[in-house]
Structure formats: structure tokens, C-alpha cells
Write a protein that binds this ligand. Structure first.
Ligand code: NAD
Length: 249
């Protein structure tokens, strides 16, 4: 499998590039990054995806949401599947991803780790069992370079709760005289500092007892491994929208 690594000069892009060096069945054939130094890579790296000349089987993207239109037009024009790992998309951007998935295979997940996706399943189960009796709060913690909040994973976890319960709305942080908590809230809290790779906790707070489901990422390699596994899965799928739940469970 020939992979184009989009955002190759970034933290995650470099990890994907290095992971692919030792991969038995996939290799990076080129990269794209607005701010890359070609000397850091032994494959061609472009500043514009339109200039790519290599044969590409799949794009793996860890970059910024502003790159989405370029990635989707390259992939739809050339009929190439893409794994979108970038987070922070708004509703219009998600709509453009859905539209592209009518003609190409698109994989999107706010978190590419196996453990987090197992957590999503456990959160759905807990929401089914005790959600109605609980106040549900989500706390996420990340490094001080993260540019979006709440994290894509926290949103996935909130969506997992919402899939089991009606009329819930996300309340991001609380400040001032914000009034009493209602039963219709999922409270979201973002902690930022140092080099924390990613911690997520979902609290089901009942009267006199709390159930906490928690995941901690120790190393960013888990996201690169998951993205490459997703690419291998995706190149054998028809056009459509896929996520980690489809691939794993
Ligand atoms: N889904 C997951 O499991 C997962 C895991 C980790 C990070 N992420 C997400 O991946 C994204 C990247 O994370 P990172 O830590 O590698 O960030 P980063 O800032 O280190 O890297 C981003 C790279 O994109 C490049 N870039 C910026 N604008 C560009 C453009 N228009 N075209 C091409 N390249 C451009 C930058 O030069 C940089 O090299 C973030 O959205 C992050 O939240 C997702």
C-alpha cells in the first residue's frame, strides 16, 4: 500500500512516516506539508497536494482543518481513499466529508487508538445502564500545544452518551453564576498542560456513588498504528464513511 502522508512535518505526520519505514505491507511514497523541510525526508515532500506525482493508494492526514478542501478534491478527483485524523471540524466541514464519501471511501475518527474506541463502547453500555440516573461529565487532558477544545475524543465520548439518551446538550466548562446543573447536560472540561498525550474520563455521577470510565494514552505511536491499520482496511472498502467502530467491532 502506497501512502501519502499529509501533514508529514507535524508531530503525528513524522510518527506515521517513521512507523511506515518498518511496516511489512505499507510504505510512505510522498508527503505534503505547507512548512516541510525536504532534507528531513527521504521521499518527495510537496507543499501542495496538486503537485503529487507518485502513485498513491491512500492518504493519511494529520494536519489542520484548513487543509480539508485540498485533500477532498485531490482524493475525489483521483479516486483515492483517505483517512482523516485531523480534529476540530465544524458542521460544514463534516458535511463536505459526508458528500465526498458518496464517491470515495473516507475514514474519519477523532481518536485512532483501539483502547479509546473500546472506551466508546463501554460508555454506550454505561449510558444505557445508569445514564438516566446520572449527571454525566467528561474531563479531557492534553498537552499545552493542542489548538482545539474539547478534544475530538471528548466529542466522540459525548456522542456515545447521546446515542443512548435523548435531549442531552453539551455544556463546555462553567463559569460565573451559571445556575444549577440540569439533567439535560453533559458537562465538558478541557485541561491543558505540559506533555500529556491524552487522558479522558467519563463520570456517571449518581447520588452517593460515581462510576468513572477512563483511558490514558502513553504514546502517540498508538494513533499512527491505528491510522495505518485504518488505511489497510479502507483500501478494500467501497465508497462510504467509516470509523474505528466499523473496523474493530
Ligand atoms: N485522530 C487521532 O487519533 C489524532 C491523534 C493525534 C492528533 N490528532 C489531530 O491531528 C492533527 C495534527 O496533530 P499534530 O499534533 O501532528 O499537529 P502539528 O501541528 O504538529 O502538525 C500539523 C502539520 O500540518 C502542517 N500544515 C498546516 N497547515 C497545512 C496545510 N494547509 N496544508 C498542509 N499542511 C499543513 C503543519 O506545517 C504541520 O507540520 C490535529 O488536528 C490533532 O488534533 C488526531
Amino acid at each position: 500500500m502506497n501512502v501519502l502522508v499529509y501533514g508529514i512535518a507535524g508531530t503525528m505526520g513524522k510518527i506515521v512516516y517513521n512507523t511506515l519505514k518498518n511496516h511489512p505491507t505499507a510504505k510512505a511514497v510522498c508527503g505534503v506539508d505547507k512548512f516541510a523541510n525536504q532534507a528531513d525526508f527521504d521521499i518527495p515532500v510537496y507543499t501542495d497536494i496538486k503537485d503529487v506525482k507518485e502513485h498513491v493508494d491512500c492518504v493519511i492526514d494529520f494536519s489542520v482543518k484548513a487543509a480539508l478542501p485540498d485533500i477532498l478534491s485531490y482524493c475525489t478527483q483521483n479516486n483515492i481513499p483517505c483517512v482523516l485524523c485531523t480534529t476540530g471540524y465544524n458542521d460544514d466541514e463534516i458535511a463536505s466529508i459526508n458528500e465526498a464519501s458518496k464517491s470515495i471511501a473516507v475514514f474519519r475518527s477523532g481518536n485512532m487508538s483501539v483502547g479509546v474506541n473500546a472506551l466508546v463502547k463501554l460508555v454506550k453500555e454505561a449510558a444505557k445502564l445508569i445514564g438516566m440516573a446520572s449527571d454525566i461529565e467528561i474531563i479531557e487532558q492534553h498537552h499545552n500545544k493542542k489548538i482545539d477544545a474539547p478534544s475530538g475524543t471528548a466529542i466522540m465520548l459525548a456522542d456515545a452518551v447521546k446515542s443512548q439518551m435523548d435531549n442531552l446538550e453539551i455544556v463546555n466548562g462553567r463559569e460565573g453564576i451559571c445556575g444549577k446543573r440540569t439533567q439535560n447536560e453533559i458537562g465538558m472540561h478541557a485541561v491543558r498542560g505540559g506533555t500529556i498525550v491524552g487522558k479522558h474520563e467519563v463520570l456517571f455521577i449518581m447520588n452517593n456513588e460515581v462510576v468513572t470510565l477512563k483511558h490514558e494514552s502513553e504514546n502517540k505511536g498508538i494513533f499512527a498504528e491505528g491510522a495505518i491499520r485504518a488505511a489497510e482496511y479502507l483500501i478494500n472498502q467501497p465508497a462510504g464513511l467509516y470509523n474505528m467502530q466499523d473496523m474493530l467491532f
